[in-house]
Design a protein around this ligand. Structure first.
Ligand code: 6PG
Length: 468
């Protein structure tokens, strides 16, 4: 038998995507060097048209020609190694898809290396974790449109659906798909940081128990904040710990790891001159969290105010303000990420339609949220929006909540609870809406000490002054 699609790398993502394809009636083959991974695939694939092997030649020979195969291996050198092994076995016209979290410049380079050999190469961001891969991910393909069209029916049938529309669409040439996935992850870092700050405020500032935290997040997930990350956060507070009689969340070390996609997003923002302060601070806070030992020492050396909110009256009113502050900052985080996509699209000629990006993020992916429908509509109305923050509907949502985020940040600062993500969101909003920033002084200083010149507000041209 010949198979429609092949998967190289049968870790949980590769295996689940393959099973998802098989569920949708496609005959699929999987390859992994490690035979135990092949065995697990076969065990889970009972009754489905799934072939598994640890023999690369055998795997390639089982695929219908022209072949379509996806790599789901660890991003980085492993991708190049697999491509090197594959090349002698492939023929012109075959399609290689990289479904990992590859760095976009690597995708660009790989496409350039493979195209002259007649091999099509497309980079696809796949989001949704284990269960997304198994039951419906969001997929972000970029590269050759003609090559994408070959696998489009498979992708559209396995992707998550929102209003019966698949959460996958061709995004643009080159590494557009992997770039969009990187920014997805940058936004993911920002949102996770913001949610963790809300948790800190509710837990240490207001003294909420895990059961109360569950209730608060569950309620939030029924309103405007409805999203995958809020939903799992609500669930997390209920998980019991097997080792203690308490809740698991309280036994987890407060040191957050990362695989690099958030950092890449920040670096790309710096490269293109796009402010991404919420994402930057989210990456920074993962580093701060990693300094566990130093923090434990510093906690004794640098005592501060007690992390209890000082307020009179209604706890629920404060909880609602935290909700509004989180929503405000969430809008700002999406605004920063989407603006990076806009600038990157202009720079790298990705021809991105930001409304389409928002559309395929509405389901399946980690940052799926009802807010993405508002974002889709905003770009549908005006594809050239310089920032989501000035869209008439989204700006109204921000303005209604600015008082809340100011209050919550003030309370947190007083109580010594770090809220760098919320603060970055508000400062970005305040800076963006300031028609005259103090940067005139920076220009004066630059010209004063280094003759770096300045422009004037009243006359065109470049000026330099011999400062007294
Ligand atoms: C997804 C996720 C996924 C990513 C994790 C972990 O879209 O399904 O973004 O691709 O690997 O979020 O990322 P970190 O280990 O860097 O936190």
């Amino acid at each position: 038998q010949q198979y429609d699609f092949g998967m190289i790398g049968l870790g949980v993502m590769g295996r689940n995507l393959l099973l998802n394809m098989a569920d949708h009636g496609f005959a699929v083959a999987g390859y992994n060097r490690d035979p135990s991974k092949v065995t697990s695939l076969k065990e889970e694939a009972q009754g489905l048209q799934v072939y598994g092997t640890s023999d690369l030649k055998d795997f390639i020979s089982k695929l219908k020609r022209p072949r379509a195969l996806m790599l789901l291996v660890t991003a980085g050198p492993a991708v190049d190694m697999v491509i090197k092994d594959l090349l002698p076995l492939l023929e012109p016209g075959d399609l290689v898809i990289d479904g990992g979290n590859s760095y976009f410049a690597d995708t660009e380079r790989r496409a350039e290396e493979l195209t002259p050999k007649g091999i099509h190469f497309i980079g696809v961001g796949v989001s949704g974790g284990e269960s997304g891969a198994r039951f419906g991910p969001s997929m972000m393909p970029g590269g050759s449109k003609a090559a994408y069209d070959v696998v489009r029916p498979i992708f559209e049938s396995i992707a998550a659906k929102v209003n019966n529309e698949p959460c996958v669409t061709y995004l643009g040439p080159g590494a557009a798909g992997h770039y969009v996935k990187m920014v997805h992850n940058g936004i993911e870092y920002g949102l996770m940081q913001l949610i963790s700050e809300a948790y800190d405020i509710l837990k240490r500032g207001l003294g909420l128990s895990n059961d109360e935290l569950h209730e608060v997040f569950k309620t939030w997930n029924e309103g405007e904040l409805k999203s995958f990350l809020i939903e799992i956060t609500a669930q997390i507070f209920l998980q019991n710990d097997d080792k203690t009689s308490g809740r698991l969340v309280d036994s987890i070390l407060d040191s957050a790891k990362q695989k690099g996609t958030g950092k890449w997003t920040s670096q790309c923002g710096m490269d293109l001159g796009v402010p991404l302060s919420i994402i930057d601070i989210a990456v920074t806070m993962r580093y701060v969290s990693a300094l566990k030992k130093e923090r434990v020492t510093a906690a004794k050396v640098l005592p501060g105010s007690t992390p209890k909110f000082n307020f009179n009256g209604d706890k629920q009113a404060i909880i609602n303000q935290v909700r509004d502050a989180l929503y405000f900052a969430t809008i700002a985080a999406y605004a920063q990420g989407m603006t990076l996509l806009k600038v990157a699209s202009d720079t790298y000629k990705y021809e991105l339609h930001l409304g389409e990006v928002a559309k395929i993020w509405r389901g399946g992916c980690i940052i799926r949220a009802t807010l993405l429908e508002n974002i889709r509509v905003a770009y549908h109305k005006n594809a050239q929006l310089p920032s989501l923050m000035v869209d008439p509907d989204l700006s109204a949502l921000l303005l209604q909540r600015q008082e809340s985020i100011r209050r919550i940040i003030s309370h947190s600062v007083q109580a010594g609870i770090p809220v760098p993500g919320l603060s970055a969101a508000l400062a970005y909003f305040d800076a963006y809406r300031t028609d005259r920033l103090p940067s005139n002084l920076i220009q004066a200083q630059r010209d004063n000490f280094g003759a770096h010149t300045y422009e004037r507000i009243d006359t065109e041209g470049i000026f330099h002054t011999h400062w007294n």
